[in-house]
Design a protein around this ligand. Structure first.
Ligand code: CDP
Length: 218
């Protein structure tokens, strides 16, 4: 049997810093990266463009299954159209969370995510990387932070790409999204039983990266 490439999973709620930490850890190790949230964001974006109702589970699953996406030089092309920034909006994140509650969509995206597992290794970030997609990962991290701290981080991220929203609105949306992601029946957001939980509220990015790396070296 060929040995599968190792995977480190980093799960956690919106704004917990998963994406940033995953990128830095992958860079340090020279491993591949999977930002699984992008696939849900793309599915929501494509469904909105095609006027598919979010109640139409089969329609949504069809969109997810046939996503024509290219990741190239830091850009994301959906059906040839650049959507790198558009899919990062708050609206698209909230729509992604609605689409992600659909079991058929999750199933349609499962293999596409597993295909990212390639040598020398993969750092996978999302909500269910350690609980569903890469259950056998040797290192699983669950990263969190208070809702207020996460909203502040998200505010800065959005500012950087020219999107202005109020902190109060962001806190409310983050709490709503947490509630939806944690309480859905399909792959709810929760730490895997064997996950290492890190609360990053009072930690710098560098401190979190160093903490994660320690577990990998073991
Ligand atoms: O960056 P942020 O944490 O705000 O969002 P994201 O990781 O891009 O994910 C957007 C939405 O997709 C989340 O709110 C989840 O509902 C969903 N998602 C999921 O269900 N499973 C994953 N593995 C990744 C994202």
């Amino acid at each position: 049997m060929t040995q599968q490439a190792p995977v480190i999973t980093i799960d956690g709620p919106a704004g917990s810093g998963k994406g940033t930490i995953a990128k830095l850890v992958a860079k340090k190790l020279g491993w591949h990266i999977l930002d699984s949230g992008v696939l849900y964001r793309l599915t929501a974006y494509a469904a909105l463009q095609k006027n598919i109702s979010f109640d139409d589970e089969d329609g949504l699953a069809q969109v997810a299954r046939t996503l024509d996406v290219v990741f190239a030089d830091g850009e994301i092309l959906l059906e040839g159209q650049k959507v790198t920034e558009a899919i990062r909006s708050q609206e698209c994140g909230n729509a992604a969370s609605k689409v992600a509650a659909c079991g058929k969509v999750r199933e349609a995206l499962l293999q596409r995510q597993r295909d990212f597992r390639q040598a020398p290794g993969l750092v996978a970030d999302g909500r269910d990387m350690g609980t569903v997609v890469f259950k056998d990962a040797p290192v699983k991290i669950y990263l969190t932070a208070s809702a207020k701290e996460r909203a502040k981080r998200r505010l800065n991220q959005l500012k950087e790409i020219g999107i202005n929203v109020s902190l109060t609105r962001l806190i409310r949306e983050i709490e709503e999204r947490d509630d939806r992601d944690m309480n859905r029946s399909e792959a709810p957001l929760k730490p895997a039983e064997d996950a290492i939980c890190i609360d990053s509220s009072d930690m710098s990015i560098e401190q979190v990266v160093n903490k994660v790396i320690v577990f990998i070296d073991k």
